[in-house]
Design a protein around this ligand. Structure first.
Ligand code: GUN
Length: 298
């Protein structure tokens, strides 16, 4: 049986990080400082700790200064907002990322609203969401931007292709749909209330799954030859005698690979792109703050 081509997000992200590293070094030569990213983590959520550690390491490898702020779970909203205010004014900080989810009692929307839109490298601020929706330049959330890079790399021009995005979150589904429309695809956003989901997905030349349900997308949902982007990262319950369960996406990888034309693996697909795009957005922010043009579009 034909097998789908693997879309190697890990390799693509490594290439992107290499280009970012070269451009960050050139930036430091010209300005006398490295681009800087502040990462704020509130509380001790283990997955968030892993992500924040990975972001800090990736920054250092790319020649981007990383400023980590780890705050206790009991931090008040006023304290967190005061820190963001300080980071907004700090000239060494080009990008600010507050790791989500925040512990209960902290209002995520209020925290996002406090970040200067010009330092909002997550693209979560309503100003940046608005810019994306009207087609103005701004920061785009890292995961969907990484997905569209992989799709354009694989397919070239997306004009006229049928795309189905499964999931309507502010972080992935909605911005993904807007990026696909911007690229001239015909886009459907499916979600938990969509009727006949399998039938809807079968129309798609491009499927982006971002629902957080392990292996939900099955082989018989996929049009032969479609490109499948799996944003999900779900840990299954551990098997007998194992400490940790397997990581799987929202797509049943083995069976879908037999039908799709191309597919991202989990891990090693979309995940590495998210961090690489975060570095890219930070580099773009740094150039904006320094009044410099980026020498190439990355
Ligand atoms: N939590 C999960 N993904 C993300 C992300 O891309 N950015 C932030 N700030 N928090 C997250």
């Amino acid at each position: 049986m034909a097998r789908a081509t693997l879309i190697d997000g890990k390799a693509f992200a490594a290439g992107l990080r290499g280009r970012i590293g070269a451009l960050a070094a050139a930036f430091a030569q010209v300005t006398g400082r490295r681009p800087g990213l502040a990462v704020v983590l509130v509380g001790e959520d283990p997955a968030s700790q892993v992500y924040v550690g990975a972001k800090a390491r990736a920054c250092e490898e790319a020649g981007i200064a990383s400023f980590e702020h780890r705050l206790s779970a009991g931090t008040s909203e006023a304290e967190l907002l005061a820190l963001i205010e300080r980071l907004n004014r700090d000239d060494a900080v080009d990008g600010i990322l507050v790791q989500m989810p925040l512990p209960g009692g902290l209002d995520e929307q209020a925290v996002i609203a406090a970040i200067s839109p010009d330092k909002d490298v997550d693209g979560f601020h309503v100003i940046n969401a608005g810019r994306l929706s009207v087609g103005q330049p701004g920061f785009v959330p890292c995961t969907p931007l990484g997905c569209i890079m992989l799709l354009k790399d694989r397919l070239g021009d997306l004009s006229g292709l049928e795309a189905v995005v499964i999931g309507r979150s502010n972080i992935v589904g909605k911005p993904m749909a807007q990026l696909l429309v911007e690229a001239n695809a015909t886009v459907t956003v499916a979600h938990s209330r969509t009727r006949n989901l399998a039938e809807v997905v079968r129309r798609a030349d491009i499927v982006v799954a971002a629902v957080g349900r392990p292996e939900m997308v099955r082989a018989d949902w996929i049009k032969p030859g479609a490109s499948v982007i799996d944003v999900g990262i779900n840990r299954l319950p551990p098997e007998e005698g194992k400490e940790k369960g397997r990581l799987v996406g929202d797509v049943a990888f083995a069976e879908v690979s037999a039908v799709a034309g191309a597919i991202t693996p989990v891990p090693g697909g979309v995940g590495p792109m998210t961090i690489a795009v975060l570095l890219r957005n930070t580099l773009v922010a740094a150039h904006g703050h320094a009044g410099l043009e980026l020498p190439e579009d990355i």
